[in-house]
Design a protein around this ligand. Structure first.
Ligand code: NAD
Ligand code: DAU
Length: 346
């Protein structure tokens, strides 16, 4: 049995990966470590509780005591998903980003130096490149992060690279594009727009909505990570993309159309500072290893919309309380209006 640590496994991609890996790798025994921040949700893992190959540890990747105790018992693989992940929150205040995304990664790498592992996957992001300049980014393009979140992820990558070069930690760095699917916290574009549309609330679109992202289904993202743990070269960086570039405005239209809601729900709001206009990746390096994304966007989006439609008890409570305060700060009162007030405005 291989002993596998998944950090941040109560969040969106980490929880999907925990489910995916347990189903796909019968010889893996998984420990999920998660601090359960606002973005971590034990409900994402509850169906795994009876699985003898799964256990949950509540803890912080920046806490050396917790980390050392896990590594000292012997780990084969580490998948580090744990992070503060939302760009807008990093623009509001980046302290937690530095603590988790940089110092937390340092804590993990220090432990991997002391108690060697077979593979250490640092889950990073295409945001480290910044906005596309001439052509889609290859892995050897210079990094030029535009927001504090992206900068914290770039710093973590630099540490992973340094620990590979200096101490031989078998780090592999993945840079994936915008990921979507079930169980994504409703602060990110797709789940926010789906849940707002389901509630009849406005869809707050930054600027004119012509920014472009490459949308990757979370199952394709998880499958790419399994492929890389088997085939990637340690010390290397791998882009993960879906060749599925869409304007934010078009995403908003698709969601409204599928939910039978009017286009008038789209509400242009003040643009994000430092907003990257366009992300695009050259994924030839990963393709050469025999991987490609399989899930067509139309199907992936339709299934994702269906998931949110059928799980209001998952996302409904997340949109009240502390999130409602964040939402009001981020978007202002007009967009924040509860649905009954908005009906009068439209
Ligand atoms: P998420 O915000 O949904 O989940 C993050 C998880 O990490 C949460 O469960 C949270 O509780 C946990 N966490 C935060 N700080 C922690 C700490 N100090 N110790 C332990 N756990 C902690 O994020 P996500 O969208 O699932 O992203 C997962 C990873 O993938 C991140 O590293 C992110 O940078 C990267 N990534 C995300 C995307 C995307 O589109 N969502 C794309 C590329 C890369
Ligand atoms: O590219 C990978 C990155 O994708 C990950 O590293 C991040 O963790 C993840 O959050 C995501 O970052 P983005 O900033 O691209 O995702 P977000 O969903 O916040 O925004 C997607 C696009 O939609 C972006 O151009 C901003 C725009 N947007 C977003 C929100 C939340 C809006 O127009 N309105 C919104 O309310």
């Amino acid at each position: 049995m291989k002993s596998v640590l998944i950090t941040g496994g109560a969040g969106f991609i980490g929880s999907n990966f925990a489910h995916h890996a347990l189903a796909r790798r019968p010889d893996w025994s998984i420990t999920v470590l998660d601090k359960l921040t606002y973005a971590g949700n034990p409900k994402n893992l509850c169906s795994l509780e009876t699985n003898p190959r799964y256990r949950f540890v509540h803890g912080d990747i920046a806490d050396p005591q917790v980390i050392n105790s896990l590594f000292s018992k012997g780990l084969d693989m580490v998948f580090n998903f744990a992070a503060e992940s939302h760009v807008d929150r990093s623009i509001e205040c980046s302290n937690a980003f530095l603590r988790t995304d940089v110092y937390g990664v340092h804590t993990l790498l220090e432990a991997a130096r002391r108690w060697p592992v077979y593979r250490f996957l640092q889950i990073s992001t295409d945001e480290v490149y910044g906005s596309v300049r001439e052509r889609a980014f290859r892995e050897d393009a210079p990094v030029r992060p535009s927001n504090p979140y992206a900068a914290s992820k770039a710093a973590a990558e630099a540490l992973a690279h340094a620990y590979h070069a200096t101490y031989g930690v078998p780090a592999i760095i993945t840079r994936a594009t915008n990921t979507y699917g079930p169980r994504q916290y409703p602060e990110k574009l797709i789940p926010l727009f789906i849940t707002n549309a389901l509630e009849g609330r406005p869809l707050p679109l930054y600027g004119n909505g012509d920014q472009i992202r490459d949308w990757l289904h979370v199952n394709d993202h998880c499958e790419a990570l399994l492929h890389l743990v088997d085939h990637a070269r340690t010390g290397d960086i791998y882009n993960i993309g879906a060749a599925n570039e869409r304007r934010n405005l078009d995403i908003a239209h698709l969601i409204l159309e599928q939910l039978g809601q009017p286009v008038s729900l789209i509400r242009p709001v003040e643009d994000r500072p430092g907003h990257d206009r366009h992300y695009a990746l050259d994924c030839a390096k990963l393709s050469a290893l025999g991987w490609r994304a399989y899930i067509p966007f139309e199907r992936g989006l339709r299934d994702t919309i269906a998931w949110y439609r059928h799980h209001p008890s998952w996302w409904g409570p997340l949109k009240s309380g502390a999130h409602a305060h964040y939402y009001q700060r981020q978007y202002g009162t007009e967009v924040f209006q509860p649905p009954d007030r908005l009906r009068g405005i439209r």
